[in-house]
Design a protein around this ligand. Structure first.
Ligand code: PRP
Length: 185
C-alpha cells in the first residue's frame, strides 16, 4: 500500500515514545563510554534501520569514536529463514585491532547479526560488541549476545525511529505499532 496522509496515521499505538527512547539511549551511552574508557571506538551503523539510533547514540558517547557504515541485503525470499545476507555496502575502513561496536536497530531472528558478527570476526578486531535498540525474543532463531540493549519488545510489527514498512515511516521520532490495515500480505 502506498502511504498517504500524515505518517502518524499509520500508527495504531505508540510503543516507545521519543523521551523514553532518548533517556534509554543516554543510559546506554554512559555504559558504553564507561566500558570503553581509554579506547577509541569504531561504530558500525547497519543501514538503513540503524541510522537514527546511531546518530543519537554517538552524541551520548564521550570516548573518541569513528563511524562507518555497512549495508546488507537479503538474498531473495528464503533469506529471512536462511540468514544468508549479502554485504551491499562494505566498511570504508579496516577494523583490524580496532574496538568495534555494531549498532543495530532490531534483533529479530538474530540471523542477520549472527552472520555479520561471524564476518566481522574474521577481520580480527581488538574487540567486537553489539548495541541493539530493540530485541524480539519471541522470534529468535539463533542465540546472539547483545552487549547493550535498549528495550525488549513483544512480537509487534513496529515502525519508526529508523524502522520501516516497505522503506517508509523511518522518520517517525518514536517506535509505533503499525495499523494492521496498512500491511498488505
Ligand atoms: C532489519 C534490522 C536487522 C534485521 C534483523 O533489517 O535492521 O538488520 O532486519 O532481523 P533478523 O534478526 O531477523 O535477522 P532490514 O533487513 O529490515 O533492513 P533495513 O534496516 O534496511 O530496514
Amino acid at each position: 500500500m502506498t502511504p498517504s496522509g500524515t505518517v502518524h496515521e499509520a500508527v495504531q499505538r505508540v510503543l516507545i515514545d521519543s523521551d523514553t527512547l532518548q533517556n534509554r539511549i543516554r543510559e546506554l551511552g554512559r555504559q558504553i563510554s564507561a566500558d570503553h574508557a581509554g579506547q577509541e571506538v569504531t561504530l558500525i551503523c547497519i543501514l538503513k534501520g540503524s541510522m537514527l539510533f546511531t546518530a543519537d547514540l554517538m552524541r551520548t558517547l564521550d570516548v573518541p569514536v569513528v563511524v562507518d557504515f555497512m549495508g546488507i541485503s537479503s538474498y531473495g525470499a528464503s533469506t529471512k529463514s536462511s540468514g544468508v545476507v549479502k554485504i551491499v555496502k562494505d566498511l570504508e575502513e579496516r577494523i583490524e585491532d580496532r574496538h568495534v561496536l555494531v549498532v543495530e536497530d532490531i534483533v529479530d531472528t538474530g540471523l542477520t547479526l549472527n552472520y555479520l558478527l561471524n564476518a566481522l570476526t574474521l577481520r580480527k578486531p581488538a574487540s567486537l560488541k553489539v548495541c541493539a535498540l530493540l530485541e524480539k525474543p519471541a522470534r529468535r532463531k539463533v542465540e546472539v549476545k547483545i552487549d547493550y540493549l535498549g528495550f525488549t519488545i513483544d512480537d509487534h510489527f513496529v515502525i519508526g525511529y529508523g524502522l520501516d514498512y516497505n522503506n517508509h515511516y523511518r522518520q517517525l521520532p518514536y517506535i509505533g505499532i503499525i495499523r494492521p490495515e496498512m500491511v498488505s500480505e
